[in-house]
Design a protein around this ligand. Structure first.
Ligand SMILES: [Zn+2]
Length: 246
């Protein structure tokens, strides 16, 4: 849970510091304010934008350890990414690093806010990027330096709930799993027996020169085939497995 407050910049001011209402809203872009002064919290950054930021810069949200302040509706293409692409497709979230705030709580709040934005905008966790993604800038600096690493922050967003799961795989190709070779007919039949009767799979024995191997029926999708191959190795039925297209 994060407290959300709007302090929206006026239309007239917004037109001076954005590309207008053309934001494609495809990504959520995470920033750090780099402002290490005491009191440089979400309210201060929200006021700065509301009162007419003298810099040619703008962003949608500022989050600290107490709240999230919104300065622009997401339709505005803010100037925050350092590239036109990032400015015209990003929803920009600044995370505060003020020393009088609680940095971990700030990131928890940012995670909760971003989870909400993903849901509202029908985006997924794969659409969350760093400012660095667009321009190479070292931003968000704290996260990039490992003070709560990026992967952990992404997990925090997922745990904040209400994010949509990534789209399921659309890999409909068929694959089979082959085991490595066995030197005796008896050995390969033992493996075949387990795969057929314990795993419930359709399987065949293939001769390979003087050796034998097991070939499975088809799996739909590479992920399913790899899981099947893992299952064979985990059960120590074969040391080596191969996934092949049908
Ligand atoms: Zn940034």
């Amino acid at each position: 849970m994060v407290t959300i407050r709007q302090k929206l910049v006026s239309e007239a001011q917004a037109k001076k510091v954005t590309y207008g209402k053309i934001n494609k809203r495809k990504k959520v872009v995470v920033h750090g304010t780099d402002n290490y002064r005491t009191g440089a919290d979400a309210d201060a950054h929200g006021r700065l934008q509301y009162n007419g930021n003298s810099r040619s810069a703008s962003w949608h949200w500022t989050v600290d350890s107490k709240e999230a302040v919104q300065s622009f509706n997401h339709v505005w293409a803010c100037w925050a990414a350092g590239t036109d692409k990032g400015n015209q497709e990003g929803i920009h979230v600044e995370t505060c690093v003020n020393p009088d705030g609680d940095y971990k709580k700030t990131l928890q709040n940012a995670a909760a806010l971003i989870a909400k934005i993903l849901k509202d905008e029908k985006l997924t966790i794969n659409d969350v990027v760093q400012h660095n993604y667009y321009s190479g800038k070292n931003c968000p600096r704290e996260i990039r330096s490992g003070n709560i690493p990026w992967n952990e922050f992404l997990k925090m967003i997922q745990n904040a709930g209400s994010t949509q799961v990534p789209k399921p795989s659309t890999d409909n190709k068929r694959y089979r799993v082959l085991t490595g070779t066995f030197s005796t007919r008896q050995a390969v039949e033992n493996v075949l027996d387990v795969l057929k009767h314990r795993f419930g799979w359709i399987c065949y024995i293939e001769q390979d020169g003087k050796l034998w191997r097991v070939k499975t029926g088809t799996f739909v999708g590479m992920a399913a085939a790899q899981a099947g191959a893992n299952k064979i190795r985990t059960a120590k039925l074969a040391q080596v497995t191969y996934v092949v297209g049908e």
